[in-house]
Design a protein around this ligand. Structure first.
Ligand code: SF4
Ligand code: SF4
Length: 358
C-alpha cells in the first residue's frame, strides 16, 4: 500500500524485501497501481522460485459473482500470475458486507470457481469491523485466514486470535508499527517507559512471541524502511521475564496515571444514539494521557467521520449528554466529560485512508 511513489521504487522495495527474507507480499485491487507494480517486480525476477513466495491480494465484496470473477482475472493479469496464493475479501467491515458475500449467486460463487480451477489457492478476509462481525465471519468456516488489527495497545480482538487459532487459520496482523501506535515516532514518555527496549521493538515482540500469529505486515514505502523491523523478524521466542515486567509496568503506569478515569475497554456503553464509538475514543484518550501518544491519537481520532465503514463512528463532540451510556459503564465514568476532553486533546487533524475504497 505504501510503496507507490513510482514503479521503480516499488520494484526496488519488493526486490530488497525478498532479498532480506520476506516471502509473503500483500497487495490489493484498491491500492492504486500496487498490483501492477508487484507484477512488474515478479516478472523482473526476484531470485527465488515462485513456489517460495506467497502472494496475497484483496478484493472488496462485490454485488454479484460476475464482478468478482472479472476482478479476480484482472488481478491475475495485473500481477502477471497464473495463480494467486491467497485472496482476501477486502474490508469485510459490516454485517451487510457479510450478507453480500454469503448471498446466493454472490461473490463467493466466483471465488469458489477460482478455488476449484486453482486461480486462487486460499480464501480469507480482512476486517476493520466489530468483534461480533469477525467472529460471525470466521464461524462460517469459509475462510482460511483473517487479517485484522491486534496489538499490545489494542487487545480487544484477543478472543478472535483464540478463535481463529482453534480453527488453524492464518492470522495476519495489519500494520503493527503504524496502526498499532505510530511507533516509528514514539513519544518520549513511551520511550522512557519501555527502556531498555524501544516501543516498536517491544510491541513487535508482543506479536512475534505469540505462536498463533502467522504474519506481521510491514508496510515499507522504500527499501530503507525494511531494515529496522527485519532485525527483529527471527525473535519469535517466548517473552523474557524482563519484557513481561516492562509490559506489566506499562499497564500499571496507565492505571496509575488515569486513576478513576481509565476506560477498561469493556464496550458495555454501546450503542450510543449519536453513533459515537465511545470505547475507541476513550482508548485513544487512555493512550494519550498515560503515554503521551497524542500524535497517534490525533491520527486515529481524525478518521472518525472521514473513513466510512473503515473507521466507523462520529466525533466525540456529537455527544448530546443524553446519559444513556452512563448506567451501562461498570467504571462509573463520566463519559460525556471524558469525550469532551478527548475531542479537545485530539481534534487536531482530519484523517483519510491512504487509498480510496470501492
Ligand atoms: S451521553 Fe453522549 S456518549 Fe453517552 S449515549 Fe448519550 S450521546 Fe452517546
Ligand atoms: S462502559 Fe465504560 S469502561 Fe466500558 S468501554 Fe464504555 S466507557 Fe469504557
Amino acid at each position: 500500500m505504501r510503496y507507490l511513489a513510482s514503479q521503480e521504487n516499488a520494484v526496488e522495495t519488493i526486490q530488497a524485501a525478498v532479498r532480506l527474507g520476506i516471502n509473503h507480499i500483500e497487495t490489493a485491487r484498491g491500492y492504486g497501481r500496487s498490483e501492477e507494480y508487484l507484477g512488474a517486480a515478479l516478472t523482473g525476477g526476484l531470485g527465488v522460485e515462485r513456489s517460495r513466495l506467497h502472494i496475497t491480494t484483496k478484493i472488496s465484496p462485490t454485488m454479484d459473482g460476475d464482478s468478482m470473477g472479472r476482478y479476480i482475472d484482472e488481478s491475475l493479469q495485473r500481477l502477471q500470475l497464473d495463480y494467486i496464493d491467497c485472496l482476501a475479501i477486502h474490508g469485510l467491515n459490516t454485517f451487510e458486507h457479510l450478507d453480500l458475500v454469503l448471498a446466493k449467486n454472490g461473490c463467493l460463487q466466483a471465488v469458489g470457481k477460482a478455488l476449484e480451477d486453482k486461480r486462487i489457492h486460499h480464501l480469507g478476509f480482512s476486517s476493520h469491523g466489530s468483534q461480533e462481525l469477525i467472529q460471525a465471519a470466521i464461524t462460517t468456516d469459509l475462510f482460511e485466514f483473517v487479517s485484522l488489527h491486534y496489538y499490545y495497545f489494542f487487545q480487544r480482538h484477543a478472543p478472535i486470535i483464540h478463535l481463529a487459532s482453534t480453527k488453524d487459520m492464518g492470522i495476519f496482523i495489519i500494520s503493527p508499527a503504524d496502526k498499532g501506535g505510530k511507533l516509528y515516532q514514539p513519544s518520549p514518555e513511551l520511550e522512557k517507559l519501555t527502556q531498555p527496549f524501544q516501543p516498536l521493538e517491544l510491541t513487535y515482540r508482543f506479536l512475534l512471541s505469540d505462536q498463533r500469529i502467522t504474519t506481521l505486515s510491514l508496510g515499507a514505502s522504500n527499501p530503507a524502511e525494511l531494515i529496522r523491523p527485519l532485525q527483529m523478524a527471527e525473535q519469535t521466542q517466548e517473552l523474557s521475564p524482563q519484557e513481561i515486567a516492562i509490559l506489566q509496568k506499562l499497564a500499571q503506569h496507565q492505571k496509575q496515571v488515569l486513576g478513576t478515569e481509565q476506560c477498561s475497554q469493556c464496550y458495555k456503553c454501546l450503542p450510543c444514539p449519536e453513533n459515537i464509538h465511545i470505547p475507541e475514543v476513550l482508548r485513544l484518550r487512555n493512550l494519550a494521557v498515560a503515554y503521551h501518544m497524542t500524535d497517534y491519537g490525533q491520527y486515529r481520532y481524525g478518521m472518525f467521520e472521514n473513513a466510512g465503514h473503515w473507521f466507523p463512528g462520529m466525533k466525540a463532540n456529537r455527544c448530546t449528554e443524553c446519559g444513556e451510556c452512563l448506567p451501562r459503564c461498570p467504571e462509573n465514568l463520566n463519559i460525556p466529560k471524558l469525550l469532551a476532553d478527548t475531542h479537545n486533546r485530539l481534534q487536531g487533524r482530519t484523517g483519510r485512508r491512504l487509498w480510496q475504497s470501492i
